[in-house]
Design a protein around this ligand. Sequence first.
Ligand SMILES: *[C@@H]1O[C@H](CO)[C@@H](O)[C@H](O)[C@H]1NC(C)=O
Ligand SMILES: *[C@@H]1O[C@H](CO)[C@@H](O)[C@H](O)[C@H]1NC(C)=O
Ligand SMILES: *[C@@H]1O[C@H](CO)[C@@H](O)[C@H](O)[C@H]1NC(C)=O
Ligand SMILES: *[C@@H]1O[C@H](CO)[C@@H](O)[C@H](O)[C@H]1NC(C)=O
Length: 424
Amino acid sequence: MKMSRGAFLLAVACLMSPTGEGLDNGLALKPTMGWLHWERFMCNTDCDTQPDNCISERLYMQMADVMVKEGWKDAGYEYVCIDDCWPSRQRDAQGRLQADPKRFPGGIKKLADYVHSKGLKLGIYADVGKNTCAGYPGSLGHYETDAQTFADWGVDLLKFDGCFMDWKLLGDGYTNMSKALNKTGRSILYSCEWPLYEWPFQKPNYTAIRETCNHWRNFDDVFDSWSSIKSILDWTASHQDTIVPSAGPGGWNDPDMLVIGNFGLSHAQQESQMALWAIMAAPLLMSNDLRDICPRSKKLLQNKLIIDISQDPLGKQGHLSAKLDSFEVWERPLSKRRLAVAVLNKQEIGGPRIFSIRFVPGWKICDPQCNVTQILPQYKEMGVQTLQSKVLLYIDPSGTALLTVTPLSSPLKNPHKLYWKHAV
Ligand SMILES: *[C@@H]1O[C@H](CO)[C@@H](O)[C@H](O)[C@H]1NC(C)=O
Ligand SMILES: *[C@@H]1O[C@H](CO)[C@@H](O)[C@H](O)[C@H]1NC(C)=O
Ligand SMILES: *[C@@H]1O[C@H](CO)[C@@H](O)[C@H](O)[C@H]1NC(C)=O
Ligand SMILES: *[C@@H]1O[C@H](CO)[C@@H](O)[C@H](O)[C@H]1NC(C)=O
């Protein structure tokens, strides 16, 4: 191994505390967990030919049923979220948004009641501009009415998109809706896309965003492909000095949905998405078909140890800390001085490659000793280690090894001395 050559450590400003106060609505103290329809079901409104896969009340009711029955709720997944294409093309006589009457015959209030009866929460979607991205009515000029309508229906989360909006008004629009939601008196988690739509024109003000939103999309929509996941990781790494300090309890960077359990990712790539989304303190919003998901993907999405990293109470987002020989090392500080480490093998040829754990920059917490547990690709207690540890990781192409490292402050007594005592 020649890994010390070409090793490249990244200086990051990630040790700074969060940029400022989060939105004071008591929500998203940990990254949001749930399910969101967009990536898997998109704008399928053809319920005549595809009744099981179209955007209709049935889809969310069935997903809620499965979430309770199949252990998703117990694992922490809580929000069942509607994306675009739910409304009617027209507002009602009072100027309120209304659900498409054919696809949502019971209306959203009844759907919210159903979801609540399962102990889950309901998310809905709207847009800060004139229209939603798919051309349905937008909320511009109707923020207070729409916020009140969602509150009256018992909605628990709003995903607020940024299509068809003058970019110079984005800040005003997102802020006005945040105030309108607050004014309803109902706790509604507020998911924004303000920075995503502002970046093409200027650097967004993350202090203002954190004061306004519970999470915010920065970059393109996720697709069901490894190239999409890589582009999101690359964007995040190259902007980490700007975005990592803005994350903390109450407000998170949102790299978009988990596409685990669909068609486009190998199992190793699914493990990489799960591991890195936990390291990034990202909302864990799955977009897949929970009614029909492969057991291995299900087990990965419900892995308690990975979810514990995601939901760690310290609430600090991790960052890329080193790049060497087509490996990327990502680290996230956890509570109790622990550390989560993800090592991603970015070489997409050959077989598993070996990475020596001593090249992890945060390995210095192993002075004098630490306890290491590997979570991915399989659970393995690696035991007590030191700075001189010879532990090697075996990582598949486009796969990730995920570990937790717990510093041990009091070293075990010198074993030679113990032996000597016994001998005497
Ligand atoms: C509205 O904002 C105030 C002040 O920031 C906060 O104390 C209150 O809890 C908020 N209410 C809701 C429903 O978010
Ligand atoms: C936001 O609210 C302010 C104050 O009411 C108003 O002047 C402004 O036009 C609003 N902006 C948008 C985009 O709604
Ligand atoms: C960013 O937003 C904060 C909070 O609204 C504000 O105090 C600050 O002046 C803004 N910074 C810039 C550079 O506009
Ligand atoms: C190391 O971690 C494993 C797994 O969590 C645990 O069972 C073990 O007791 C720990 N060992 C020490 C010395 O803390």
